[in-house]
Design a protein around this ligand. Sequence first.
Ligand code: SF4
Length: 312
Amino acid sequence: MKVKMILPALTEATSPFFRPAHLAPDDEIDLQDEHVERLNTDDEPDLVIIQAYITSAYRAYALADHYRQRGAYVCLGGLHVTSLPQEAALHADTIFLGPGDDTFPQFLCDLRAGQPRKSYTAPAHRSIEHIPPIRRELIKRNLYLVPNSIVVSRGCPHQCNFCYKNAFFEGGNSFYVQRVDAALAEIERLPGQHLYFLDDHLFGNARFAEGLFEGMRGMRRLWQAAGTVQSVLKPGLVEKAAASGLRSLFVGFETLSPENLRASLKYQNLHKDYTAAIRRLHANGVMVNGSFVFGMDGDDATVFDRTVEWAV
Ligand code: SF4
């Protein structure tokens, strides 16, 4: 079977829908990321799998329509498809709702048996404990500034109501991690020194994070990731991360207003000392990549100046 996988947006080519490890050894796979290469749409694959974000949805639908006209079996999945399944279903033979780690292998079995379903929804119990290694040889590393992106968990333990998380993981567990030894083995397979963890909250399971950081010591890696103010203030965790090579952390400060934090259910930031978190990161040689949300209900026109005054 000739299989084509297309990412019309973003560079997260290692996300759940891009785990071609489940395909058969004799399947011929072409993985294309339009952010870094011109798509070849003059081919005739048997199966086309497209991941759609809201920013790329129309492009994804146009590609899906194009390949269906050519007789390919077309699948759509991802954040936008999960949010608007009826819309996406008009452009696909099969859609995937929620994370695809469990449903994508099932779909391939059904397709080979000649009985693919129109829609696959992630089961209530999800796990990435036994996922196969990522087929990284399919990623054109030379096209990326940071080719070593890696994801060792899914979702996040928190419930901020402006986040994609609750909608995407609806109906099942929304935060789960790989086994530490499997995550370390995946890191070992990556050439070069720099790693970019794309996990929503790498520090979200402290036991897993400590095991990971412990195992990474001595690997001589430099890496960046995302974590919360709360996890930065947790004694010992950032120190272990920095000792294993953490050099930059994306931190969701979001707002300086306690009312906004309460209204957006971002309770983990309430009554936390943002300045102490920044000092702690800097003291450990970690750059802060701060994230802010503007336009919350409690904001007014002064929010921009006040935030810049505090942050810069
Ligand atoms: S902490 Fe970040 S990833 Fe987790 S729910 Fe909140 S915004 Fe989303």
